[in-house]
Design a protein around this ligand. Structure first.
Ligand code: CAA
Length: 257
């Protein structure tokens, strides 16, 4: 899997590694990602995942356009389906996922960042959905996730014009959580990951599931989902420890169960 570098640890680092093609996503890479995400999903040793792009130019410059230029219509549909499965696999990971955006996050690259829980970007980052310039539209969730994140007005502007925005604008628009200098990107991502790794894994998992419900469910069902998720967190050993530690004025010791 040369196109992916996975450094397994409690705070794991996944690097999309096709720097010569600005880390564009082609079918073999996406299939490798799907397999890797499945193994991370069942690996309790990994508590937080950071995703970044190889080199200093791109996070991911989108789906691989050269590969798409060779596809039939049916293959194009299957390709979008594969992209969607991978983005859903990121979203469905029970652990927090941080995108560390080190350069271009375009098309499928922005869609990948939006499938992550938190996004930190360097001042070199550029964001956009330029598919319209290929007579295409976003095919990895962008038409749905982008308006959800930044509102219809701005999402329509990005998807219909294909324009790019810089990291400062992305911060103002609420597309990213934090903007840092290029040198600080991975250290800051690791700081944030360490903060999350110090929380109860059970509570994080339930918080993530309930937040996802705000995207996938009608409000009424989502509010009921939250009650169930709260109940599951409440049933954990960590909840007993967390509330007890507060009352006893001491730091909690999580078991992540
Ligand atoms: N797919 C395949 N190859 C890509 C690529 C992509 N998405 N983006 C860049 N590359 C390749 C270039 O072809 C080039 O390769 P060669 O050196 O072999 O010619 C190399 O990466 C460097 O790129 P440029 O020479 O173009 O670099 P630049 O600095 O002049 O421009 C850029 C950078 C503005 C990001 C430009 O590369 C670009 O516009 N890339 C395409 C971005 C795009 O349209 N993304 C959306 C793809 S469609 C999609 O993602 C659909 C979906 O939702 C699933």
């Amino acid at each position: 899997m040369e196109d992916l570098i996975f450094e397994k640890a409690e705070i794991a680092l996944l690097t999309i590694n096709r720097p010569k093609a600005l880390n564009a996503l082609n079918p073999p890479l996406l299939n490798n990602l799907a397999g890797l995400l499945l193994s991370i999903r069942h690996d309790h040793a990994v508590r937080v995942l950071i995703v970044t792009g190889a080199g200093d130019r791109a996070f991911v410059a989108g789906a691989d356009i050269a590969a798409m230029s060779e596809m039939t219509s049916v293959e194009g549909l299957e390709f979008s389906n594969l992209c969607h499965r991978v983005m859903a696999a990121f979203e469905d990971l029970p652990i927090p996922v941080i995108a560390a955006v080190n350069g271009f996050a375009l098309g499928g690259g922005l869609e990948l960042a939006m499938a992550c829980d938190l996004v930190i970007a360097s001042d070199k980052a550029r964001f956009g959905q330029p598919e319209i310039n290929l007579a295409l539209i976003p095919g990895a969730g962008g038409t749905q996730r982008l308006p959800h994140r930044i509102g219809q007005v701005r999402a329509r502007e990005l998807i219909m014009t294909g324009d790019m925005i810089d990291a400062k604008t992305a911060l103002e628009w609420g597309l990213i959580n934090k903007l840092v200098g290029a040198e600080q990107l991975l250290p800051e991502a690791r700081n944030l990951a360490a903060k999350l790794a110090a929380k109860s894994g059970v509570a994080l998992r339930q918080a993530k599931a309930a937040l996802r419900a705000s995207f996938t469910m009608e409000e009424d069902a989502g509010l009921r989902f939250e009650q169930s998720a709260f109940g599951l967190a409440f049933a954990s050993a960590d909840r007993i420890e967390g509330t007890k530690a507060f009352v006893e004025k001491r730091d909690p010791k999580w078991q992540h169960r």
